[in-house]
Ligand binder design. Structure first.
Ligand code: ADP
Ligand code: F6P
Length: 470
């Protein structure tokens, strides 16, 4: 049987001093590959002069890491340009923020082609290829053009908006249908899968039966695979981490105040500015809580060369300062706003110490932070998760306090409710949430996807019959 070849933009290269780099995709794949054998292929994270672009290979445990550098131009056009200034905003329903240029699109296609060229050197005919995320949508097409008939799967970690939004993507007709070159296309939620299926029907005239589409003599299958976390490991880490000297110091510094925690990459999709406004409203409307609560917002810088990110950072920094100025006292700072990343061990301890987990993205594929917060709680005295209904996690986490992040009253109200929630209700909600996490941890996610990818497709004749009926 062939080997597993995972392809993603980011790769968690084993390094002596592992850097903490927030990002769901890397965290998820790293955990999913534990105890598996195969190749992890992608960008080295390095930008090199054209003449010095290198491909490196490292073998660690049972994984061979193969990474490529990007040229300055590729990085600018592919990563900072088309991927994160066009695809990212549109996939997160922010058409207003998309900045399209033909040059960036060419860079995106060029890097995908570069990946395909390098992969071509290592692929064997029976390998299973699992491609991740919006950076690499046209990769299967580039591989098929080189003659690869392997089973290739694609998983989209971010949301898939409805066709009414997807069609705002310039040249969508060239890019989105190229996903049909995969054998299996996985999404985080049923809504995402349904949106993609509607796109295929509306824009490509394709019909499906049970999410199976026939496309030029081939069949593609769409399915839902909500990504999980290392539930047991996180729970274990959290139990131990409350004893870490740093976590103990943080707890001590609260002097008995209730802790609310937010942990995010600094990204406009995370709704941090809206969250701060909601917290301000909470302090204004529920003044009894002033001086009794501390909101710790850890927001690590991300994609800093992109202007929309720099603007957002300024906005959030000044909002936090303004709220602290308006409501703080000489002995109380309502918001602790921190840009540094922390290790998962430290985060687990901080999550466990927090009475409230505030996770209010405006739109998110899944949001692993919500899952990590739940995994870290003490079942006997758990905190409460406040979760945006627009996070993929809300599809599984019905027992969280679900809020509309665009409605500050809804979030402020939930903060008050979470802080005063009786123990019995907190326990009940935590137990329901933890059950979801235990059923679908990261291993389960990876195994389900790979089993589906390895499955023989239904015979074409049967599907053609189904499609013509569909
Ligand atoms: P995204 O994929 O958009 O970054 P997720 O919430 O799905 O969002 O995943 C983020 C991952 O990065 C989580 O594993 C989280 O613990 C980690 N992370 C986020 N912010 C930080 C931070 N400030 N320090 C360390 N890790 C972080
Ligand atoms: O999970 C969504 C995602 O875009 C991943 O693909 C990515 O690794 C992560 O967020 C962080 O973004 P970046 O790799 O651009 O730092």
């Amino acid at each position: 049987m062939g080997q597993l070849v995972v392809v993603s933009n980011r790769v968690a290269i084993p390094e002596k001093i592992a850097k903490v780099r927030p990002g769901g995709l890397e965290v998820a794949i790293k955990a999913a590959l534990k105890d598996k054998t195969g190749i992890w292929f992608g960008w080295s994270g390095k930008i090199a002069a054209r003449a010095k672009i290198a491909t490196r290979k490292i073998v660690h445990d049972k994984i061979t890491y193969i990474t490529l550098d990007l040229s300055k131009e590729d990085h600018h056009e592919y990563y900072n340009g088309f991927t994160n200034r066009v695809l990212w905003p549109i996939l997160h329903y922010r058409v207003d923020l998309a900045e399209f240029s033909r040059r960036d699109l060419s860079g995106y296609l060029r890097v995908n082609d570069h990946f395909a060229r390098e992969l071509h050197e290592v692929l064997r005919p029976d390998d299973f290829i699992w491609v991740h995320d919006y950076h690499l949508m046209p990769l299967a097409k580039a591989l098929r053009e080189r003659g690869h008939k392997n089973r290739i799967g694609f998983f989209l970690h971010v949301p898939c908006p409805p066709p009414e939004i997807l069609t705002a993507l310039p040249h969508h007709e060239r890019l989105i249908p190229s996903l049909c070159e995969y054998d299996l296309v996985g999404f985080q939620t049923g809504d995402d899968a349904f949106n993609f299926s509607r796109y295929l029907t509306r824009e490509c005239g394709l019909h499906s039966r049970d999410f199976n589409f026939v496309v030029s003599e081939r069949m593609i299958r769409i399915d839902v695979f909500p990504v999980g976390i290392e539930t047991a490991t996180f729970a274990y880490l959290a139990q131990r981490s409350v004893h870490l000297p740093f976590v103990k110091r943080v707890i001590g510094s609260l002097v008995g105040r209730a802790l609310i925690i937010g942990v995010d990459r600094l990204d406009y999709s995370k709704g941090i500015a809206h969250r701060l406004s909601a917290f301000e409203l909470f302090l204004r409307a529920q003044s009894d809580w002033r001086g009794k609560v501390t909101y710790l917002q850890i927001a690590t810088r991300s994609r800093t060369e992109i202007p929309e990110y720099a603007d957002m950072e300024k906005e959030i920094g000044s909002a936090a300062g303004r709220i602290n100025g308006a409501y703080g006292e000489a002995d109380w700072t309502p918001i602790r706003y921190i840009n540094r990343p922390y290790s998962h061990a430290t985060l687990a301890g901080l999550y466990r110490a927090a009475r409230v987990g505030l996770v209010t993205p405006l739109r998110d594929g899944m949001n692993l932070v919500a899952k990590e917060y739940v995994a870290s709680q003490n079942a006997d005295d758990p905190g409460v998760l406040i979760l945006s209904r627009f996070a993929g996690a809300a599809h599984e986490f019905k027992a969280a306090l679900l809020v509309n992040p665009y409605d500050p009253d809804s979030v402020a109200g939930a903060i008050g409710r979470a802080l005063s929630m009786p123990l019995a209700e907190r326990r009940e909600r935590q137990s329901a949430l933890f059950q979801v996490l235990s059923r679908n941890d990261i291993q389960h996610w990876a195994d389900r996807f790979l089993t589906a990818l390895e499955q023989e497709p239904k015979p074409l004749s049967q599907l053609e019959k189904m499609s013509s009926m569909g």
